[in-house]
Design a protein around this ligand. Structure first.
Ligand SMILES: [Zn+2]
Length: 439
C-alpha cells in the first residue's frame, strides 16, 4: 500500500506491521461543526477500514480542544460558563461523529484532562534548551531548531519571517516563536511553574502524541491542509525538541471543501452543519461527495453536486431493495464465475486511496448485479463482494429491506399469479405492493 506523505511530498509505501497508530486533530468545541470539518475523519476512516480488512490492529486517538480563547468568548457572549459551552459542543461533536458511521477511536481525549502532562512536556522542551520563559509566558525558540523547522510546510524560515510581525504586547523574541504556555487570568486557568495560565494549542497535540505513542510512534497524523502550517509544523518541532525524532511517519492532509467560491468556514458564514446535512440527506451522500475527488484535492461543493450524489445514493439503495425482494422470490446461487470487483477496489485503495476509481468499480458491480437480478443468476460471491465494498471498505450504511411475514406472503402470491398468468389477480396484488412501497 502506498499513500502521499506531506512530510516528504512523495507517495510512499507503508511499512508492513501488525498495528498502525492514527491521530487526527480534533475540534475546538465552541460551535457546531460543518461538513468540511469531517473530511479528515472520513479520510482516516477509509484507511482504517482498509487496514482492518487486512486484519491489522489500529490504535486511534482524537483530541478535543476544550480550553481555548474561542470557548471563553462564546461563554461571554452566551452568558454561560466555559465548562457548559465545551460540554455542550463536545456532546454535539460526538453525536455528529456517530451519525457518519465512522470507526470509533480508542479514545476521544479532552485536553483539559492532560494539563499536568502538558506542563511536564513544556518543561522537557525548556530542559533541552529549545524554549524560553518571558514574563510568565513560555515560548518555543524557532532559531534553536532552525535546521528542522519548516520541513513539513516546505518553507524556509527566511521566507516565513516577512509574513510575521511582532505586535506591541508580544513577549516573544522572534515573530515565528510560538506560545507553549500563555500567562492569563482570562477564563479557566491552571497553575504552572511559570505562571497561572493555559497551554498553547500546538502543545496539546504534541503532548498527546508523546504520551500515547511514545514508544511506537504515530504512523498517520491527519488533518485539513490548513493545519499543515503552523499547527502541524509546530507540533512536529516540539516533538523533535523532546524526542529528537519525527512525530509521525506519514502526515496526511486533505484538501479544503469550497462552497460558493470560498473555503467552507464559520468565519465566512458559508457552512452547512453536519446535523443539517444528515437531516436532509445522509452520511452516504456526504461520503460520495468526498470520494469523488482524491483526498488531497480540494472539492468545489455545489447544490448540483449534492443532488447528483444524493441520486447516486438512491440508486445504490434501490439495488439493496431489489436484492431484498429477489431473496424472497429466488434462490441465491453459488457462482462459477470469478469476480474481481473486490480486488479492484482494494488495489485502488492501495494506490494512494484512489476513491474516485473505487466509485467506478462500484458502478460496475451494480451493473453486474442488475444483470444477474434480471436473469435470475445472483450469486453469493457477487453479493458478498458488493457488501464488503460498501460496508467494510467504503463505510456506507445501506440497508436491506426487512419484510413482515405478511408482506413476504403478499410478494410470493403476486409472483405466483404472474407466473400462472393470472393477470387480474396479479394486478390487484401489484397495487397493494405499490401502496406499501415494496415495488
Ligand atoms: Zn493537532
Amino acid at each position: 500500500m502506498k499513500i502521499y506523505n506531506s512530510l516528504t511530498n512523495k507517495i510512499e509505501i507503508i511499512d508492513k506491521k501488525e498495528t498502525y497508530n492514527f491521530y487526527v486533530c480534533g475540534p475546538t468545541v465552541y460551535d457546531f461543526l460543518h461538513i468540511g470539518n469531517m473530511r479528515p475523519f472520513i479520510t482516516a476512516d477509509v484507511l482504517i477500514k482498509y487496514l482492518k480488512f487486512k486484519n491489522k490492529n489500529i490504535k486511534y486517538i482524537i483530541n478535543i480542544t476544550d480550553i481555548d480563547d474561542k470557548i471563553i468568548d462564546k461563554a461571554i457572549s452566551e452568558k454561560n460558563t466555559e465548562k457548559k459551552i465545551s460540554e455542550k459542543y463536545t456532546i454535539n461533536f460526538l453525536e455528529d461523529f456517530k451519525s457518519l458511521n465512522l470507526s470509533e477511536p480508542n479514545s476521544f481525549l479532552k485536553i483539559s484532562d492532560f494539563i499536568d502532562e502538558q506542563i511536564k512536556f513544556i518543561s522537557k522542551i525548556l530542559e533541552n534548551d529549545k524554549g524560553y520563559v518571558k514574563n510568565g509566558d513560555v515560548f518555543f525558540d524557532i532559531y534553536k531548531s532552525k535546521k528542522q523547522y519548516g520541513i513539513l510546510a516546505n518553507k524556509k524560515i527566511e521566507d516565513l519571517i516577512p509574513n510575521k510581525r511582532l505586535s506591541e504586547n508580544d513577549n516573544k523574541n522572534n515573530p515565528l516563536d510560538f506560545a507553549l504556555w500563555k500567562k492569563t487570568d482570562k477564563g479557566i486557568n491552571f497553575k504552572a511553574p511559570w505562571s497561572e495560565g493555559r497551554p498553547g494549542w500546538h502543545t496539546e497535540c504534541a503532548t498527546l502524541n508523546y504520551l500515547f505513542f511514545q514508544k511506537e510512534k504515530v504512523d498517520f497524523h491527519f488533518g485539513g491542509i490548513d493545519l499543515k502550517f503552523p499547527h502541524h509544523e509546530n507540533e512536529r518541532i516540539q516533538y523533535l525538541a523532546v524526542e529528537n525524532c519525527e512525530l509521525s511517519k506519514f502526515w496526511i492532509h486533505n484538501g479544503h471543501l469550497n462552497f460558493g467560491e470560498h473555503k467552507m468556514s464559520k468565519s465566512l458564514n458559508n457552512t452547512i452543519l453536519i446535523r443539517d446535512f444528515i437531516e436532509k440527506y445522509d452520511s452516504n451522500t456526504l461520503k460520495i461527495i468526498f470520494y469523488k475527488m482524491n483526498h488531497t484535492s480540494p472539492i468545489d461543493l455545489t447544490t448540483l453536486l449534492i443532488e447528483q450524489s444524493a441520486a447516486e445514493v438512491q440508486k445504490i439503495q434501490n439495488i439493496y431493495n431489489k436484492i431484498s425482494y429477489y431473496k424472497i422470490t429466488n434462490k441465491i446461487t453459488n457462482s462459477k464465475k470469478k469476480y474481481s470487483y473486490l480486488n479492484d477496489v482494494l488495489k485502488n485503495l492501495e494506490n494512494n486511496l484512489n476513491l474516485p476509481n473505487c466509485l467506478t468499480v462500484l458502478q460496475e458491480i451494480i451493473k453486474e448485479i442488475n444483470k444477474s437480478l434480471s436473469d435470475s443468476s445472483l450469486s453469493y460471491e457477487l453479493l458478498e463482494q458488493f457488501q464488503i465494498i460498501n460496508q467494510k471498505l467504503l463505510g456506507f450504511n445501506f440497508k436491506y429491506t426487512v419484510y413482515s411475514l405478511a408482506d413476504e406472503e403478499l410478494i410470493l402470491e403476486y409472483e405466483k399469479c404472474k407466473k400462472n398468468k393470472n393477470y387480474q389477480q396479479s394486478d390487484l396484488l401489484r397495487e397493494q405492493l405499490k401502496l406499501k412501497n415494496i415495488i
